[in-house]
Design a protein around this ligand. Structure first.
Ligand code: AMP
Ligand code: FE
Ligand code: FE
Ligand code: ZN
Length: 287
């Protein structure tokens, strides 16, 4: 069984539509894929409708949180998408992304970059708008050669010249909301230092005590010593450990299934979840 529990579609900052993503997941030989768009469940219906036979979809979202000024991402799996409190928070975070991205465009203009909001809005399409869309605009304008070259202090990295923080949830509250909606909460790439500051181990211990189910260990942004350290921490704290690609289509280099999750851990995630069931692919249209 090959299980990839973290991917993005055009419902946030990935470049594949949800339908394309599930087809590619099946082609990549995956048995289970989770769709975890930033602060959004909008891609789920399309992914389910296009789900190939033999592939199971785990519905999810990656929720933007911050603790003591440090951004962290909470992967939420198999929660009830209609649960009103969590839904309201997802909408708040997602809606705030628009004025924030507009303000970042204004900052870039002040820095002399000829970027217009319309371009960023076109690139984001229906998806919840984020820095990768702005980065793509900067690539199109020839300001930087690649998307990741925009994530520098000169441009839009955390604390960069044109960076503006977005509305983010308190992770303790986010965990409570995810669990109340019947979901399972896993801290995404907890030690991805190249993205900016990361939360200390003490904070992970506090999140574990507050109900966090697991941490993502096998991830492209963790080197081997980091993975060893995180596995030790997870064992100490009684946390599940996952592995996943964090696939973003052509906006990042990682391929579907490049990292995977142990089937036993996947089984435990599905046993803990009460908000939704994994959806087995039938190959037919079912909405
Ligand atoms: P935002 O949620 O708008 O603050 O944007 C954060 C997103 O930017 C993350 O979810 C990643 O997908 C992406 N990102 C962060 N750092 C990098 C990087 N160095 N290169 C490419 N994408 C990145
Ligand atoms: Fe992303
Ligand atoms: Fe993330
Ligand atoms: Zn992600």
């Amino acid at each position: 069984m090959r299980i990839d529990l973290h991917t993005h579609s055009t419902a946030s900052d990935g470049t594949d539509t949800p339908a394309e993503l599930v087809r590619k997941a099946a082609d990549a030989g995956l048995d289970v894929v989770a769709l975890t768009d930033h602060d959004s469940t909008r891609g789920h219906a399309e992914a389910i409708a296009a789900l190939p036979e033999g592939l199971t979809l785990v519905t999810g979202a990656e929720i933007s949180c911050a603790l003591d000024g440090v951004s962290l991402h909470l992967l939420a799996y198999l929660f009830d998408p209609d649960e009103p409190d969590l839904l309201r928070e997802r909408e708040l975070v997602r809606d705030d992304r628009v004025p924030r991205a507009r303000a970042m465009v204004t900052k870039l203009q002040e820095l002399g970059v000829p970027v217009e909001w319309d371009l960023v809005a076109r690139i984001a399409g229906e998806g919840s708008v984020g820095r990768p869309h702005i980065a793509t605009a900067l690539v199109e304008l020839g300001v930087v050669p690649t998307v990741s070259d925009a994530f520098t202090p000169e441009w839009i990295a955390d604390g960069g010249r044109a960076h503006i923080t977005k509305h983010e949830l308190d992770p303790f509250r986010a965990i409570r909301l995810v669990k109340a909606a019947g979901g399972v909460a896993v801290l995404a790439h907890p030690a991805a230092a190249q993205r900016g500051r990361t939360v200390p181990e003490k904070a992970i211990a506090e999140l574990a005590a507050a109900g966090l189910d697991g941490i993502e260990v096998d991830h492209m942004d963790h080197d081997e010593p980091t993975r060893v350290r995180l596995r030790g921490l997870a064992a100490e704290l009684g946390l599940l450990t996952t592995g996943s690609s964090d696939y973003h289509g052509s906006r990042k280099t990682c391929e579907l299934g490049e990292f995977t999750t142990d089937p036993e851990i996947y089984g435990e995630i599905t046993r803990r979840a009460t908000g939704a069931f994994p959806v087995p692919g039938t190959g037919g249209v079912r909405l």
